[in-house]
Structures are given as C-alpha cells and as structure tokens.
Design a binder for this molecule. Structure first.
Ligand code: NAD
Length: 429
C-alpha cells in the first residue's frame, strides 16, 4: 500500500484484517516512525484498535521506502494524494507518477498495480504507458479501484461497502482482485468489474452528484427562509422518495473536505478537455463557493449588522465530525472573513489536526466549547460534533456576554435555543 494517509492506512488495516499480509509504505518518515511505535498519525474512529490487533498478528508492517516490499507483492495499491493543481484546478498527478517511477525498478513476478487514489479518466492507461517505458520487461497489469469510504466512518464503510468498484481489462488481475475482496463478497457486498475508464469516471461522477445534492438542498434552504417553509420538513418529504433518498439533504455552510472541492474541480476540467462540458456541475461549484462566502454575512447580520470589536466563539473547525481533517473545511473560508470584519475568533474543535493552527492565524484556541464561549458575543456552530449536540445551552449562554447563537448545522431546536435565552439563527427554518 503506497501512501499511509486516510485511504491508504484504512485500506491497509482492513486488508490485513481480512488476513492478507500488508506493508504500508509512506515517504513521510515521521508517519512511518509513529506507526512503528504503535501511534496512529490521523484520527479515524476504531483505526487504532484495528492496527494494534493486526500489528500484533504480524499481518501489517510499515516501511519508509518501496525497495523492500514491492518485489514480493502480488498487488501494489497507489493511495497517494491527488490534490487540486495550482492554477487550473485539475488533479495533480505528480504523487501518482512519482510513486510509479519509484516502484518500477522493484517489480519482479506478475504484479497488479491498482489505483485507489481518485484519478481522472485515462490515468490507468497513462500509468501503463509510463511503466512500460520504464520496464519493458516487467509483467504487470494496471487496475482502477477507486475508494468510496468516508472519513469518520472509514472502517465501517470499507467493511460494509455499497459496492467495490474495479476497473480491469486483464483476466489474471481480475482473479486476484476477486480473491482479495472475497471476504466482502462472502458477505454479499457487490464487487463490480467494469472498464478502467468507467471506474475512474464513476468515482468522480459519484462525488459530483453528492456535491450537487448538498448544493441543491442549500439553495432550497434559502428558498425556505424566504417563503416560511422549513427545510427539514421539506428534506424529509423529498428524501422519503426512494428515487431521491434522504442522505446528503442536510443544509449547511457548503461542502468542503479533502475530496468534493478538488474532485468537482477536476471533473469539470476533464469534461472541458474532452469537449463535453458539465455545465450543471460547473454551477454546483459556483453555488458552493458563494455559499461559503455568504456565511460570514449571515453571522454579521445575526450579530446586529457589524462584527467590529465582537468576540465570536466558533465550535468545530474540521470539515465534518469524527475526523481531524481540515482540508477545504468551510471554517477555513468563514473564520478569516469574520476576522477581516473586525471580530476576534475563539475556536474549539475536539480533534482538528495541528494544521488548523497554521491555516487560521490569529485564532484563540480553546480546550472546550464552554471555554471558547467565555465572554463571546456570538457563538457559531460550524461542525456538527456530537459533543456540541449534548452541550447545555444554559451553560453556554451563561458563559457568553452576548446572546446570539448561529447554528450552521441545525443541531439545536429553535424552541430549545430560545428557551435558553438565545437569539437563534439556523439554516432554512
Ligand atoms: P493523504 O494526503 O491523507 O495521504 C496520502 C499519503 O501518500 C501521504 O501520507 C503522503 O506522504 C503519501 N505519499 C505521497 N507520495 C508518496 C510516495 N511516492 N510514496 C509513498 N507515499 C507517498 O490522502 P488521502 O486523503 O488518503 O487520499 C488519497 C487518495 O484517495 C486521494 O486521491 C483522494 O482523493 C482519494 N480518496 C480520499 C478519501 C478520503 O476520505 N480522504 C476518500 C476516497 C478517496
């Protein structure tokens, strides 16, 4: 497994749990060192216990270089990052191609190289071309095996997938992938074999569809506010339709995270390059950017029209609960806008990675929600961590000097917030 990040580490741990022998390789020596000492470099529920058990069983090991592990591997997974490329927004494939160059000299017997990283349509073919040029003598097949797990429930998702998708055009590779995922097929998880191009494109199409669903309900929430409807009632009624489904119909401050923003941008780019633009998805991207910008205005409005000199408690910095990941989190757009408008921001997040401190200069970091609320004029909920749901609103209100609660995730009931003495603003209700 090349890459010990959110996808690589979880996949490696789950494959070892199936009983396979896995070596997880990362070029970041500090990650490997932590893992060897039994520490998990990311926060993902249950990952620590899964790793601990499989390290103890001798089924998973860690290495900082590829040389020792590639030669003996039947399968090599690429799970390196594919971030947004500076300038044009396309997927930056430099980590993928670098990994391919690094593994090439070590290939021995027939090896399947499977891409778990999210890569634009046509990348498997490009990897194949590059590898053939580097190692004309090597016996290998390239598969696409995009990953659909969600941070925060990654292990559950890996073990109970809606589907496993494999893009493959080689019988030996298909046999190996079937064997690899046998523990899941035995539990009736569908493993779908398609062409490599279809697998690559399906991953982007799925993420773009989910991003579209979020943007859709966000716009409907605005319409609810303008007309007196309640977006939660509307979403329940709409989502009850089996053709639509009730997932991803929760309004909020716009989608973020390490996948949707970059994948939407890369899909738009691929479509334009193929001269088959996706105007609907281009609009989703615009709606989402505007949504994040609009949130600071909402908070300002709730605070009485000006944020100058105000203290704002921000609860939640990660892009969603149960992860430490802050990549493209709405907080990274909203918090600086609050500061630009003259506010002092005090923030608390149960698990946000230390990256947050560098990305959000000037923020006063607190060790609890109540500490953040101390003398605040406004409290803003930006991430729906469970511990915020359980917070005593009376205690929160007592700590503040103001009475404004802006709930951008609709985790409280308006009546409950008002009973605690708050001037309460949520989304679409
Ligand atoms: P990440 O940044 O957490 O991890 C990537 C890891 O790869 C890093 O630890 C990095 O050091 C390592 N790496 C880069 N080049 C390397 C090399 N040449 N050799 C060894 N290690 C190398 O990224 P992630 O969130 O795990 O995402 C990985 C891929 O999976 C991306 O394409 C992403 O779009 C996709 N994906 C992510 C998620 C998610 O929820 N995070 C879900 C589905 C798909």
């Amino acid at each position: 497994m090349i890459g010990a990040g959110y996808v690589g580490l979880v996949s490696a741990a789950c494959f070892s749990e199936f009983g396979w022998t896995v070596t997880c390789v990362d070029k970041d020596p500090s990650k490997i060192e932590q893992l060897r000492q039994g520490r998990v470099p990311i926060y993902e529920p249950r990952l620590d216990e899964l790793l601990e058990r499989n390290i103890r069983m001798g089924r998973i090991g860690f290495a900082a270089d590829l040389a020792s592990s590639i030669g003996d591997a039947d399968l090599v997974f690429l799970a390196v990052g594919t971030p947004m490329r500076r300038g044009d927004g396309h997927a930056d494939l430099s980590f993928v191609f670098q990994a391919v160059e690094e593994l090439a000299p070590h290939l021995k017997d027939f090896t399947v190289i499977a891409t778990k990283s999210t890569v634009p349509v046509g990348t498997s073919r490009e990897i194949e071309k590059r590898l053939k040029a580097l190692r004309p003598d090597a016996d290998f097949a390239i598969c696409s095996n995009p990953e659909f797990l969600r941070e925060g429930s990654a292990i559950y998702d890996f073990m109970h997938p809606d589907r496993v998708l494999v893009g493959c055009d080689n019988d030996r590779a298909q046999d190996l992938m079937e064997r690899l995922y046998k523990p899941l097929t035995l539990r009736n998880a569908p493993v779908i074999f398609v062409s490599r191009e279809s697998a690559e494109l399906a991953k982007y199409a799925a993420n773009a569809f989910l991003a579209m669903k979020i943007s859709f309900i966000n716009e409907v929430a605005d319409l609810c506010e303008a007309t007196g409807a309640n977006v939660q009632e509307v979403a329940t009624a709409v989502g009850a339709d089996g053709r639509i489904g009730d997932k991803f119909l929760h309004p909020g401050p716009g989608y973020g995270g390490s996948c949707f923003p970059k994948d939407v941008a890369a899909l738009i780019r691929s479509a334009r390059e193929a001269r088959s633009p996706l105007s609907l998805i281009e609009q989703v991207q615009t709606v989402n950017s505007e949504r994040k910008l609009a949130m600071a205005g909402r908070i300002e409005h709730a605070a009485g029209g000006s944020l100058a000199g105000k203290t704002i408690a921000v609860l939640g910095i990660t892009f969603k609960p149960d992860t430490d990941d802050v990549r493209e989190a709405p907080s990274l757009a909203v918090v600086p806008m609050l500061q630009e408008r003259g506010a002092t921001v005090r923030a608390y997040d149960p698990h946000a990675s230390s990256d947050a401190e560098a990305l959000l200069p000037g923020v006063e970091w607190c060790r609890s929600a109540l500490e953040a609320a101390e003398q605040a004029d406004v409290t803003v909920v930006l991430t729906e961590w469970n511990e915020f749901r359980a917070l005593s609103l009376d205690a929160l209100k007592d700590r503040m000097r103001g009475d404004v609660l802006v709930d951008l995730r609709n985790i409280y009931l308006p009546a409950q917030a008002e009973a605690a003495g708050f001037s309460y603003m949520s989304i679409g209700r």
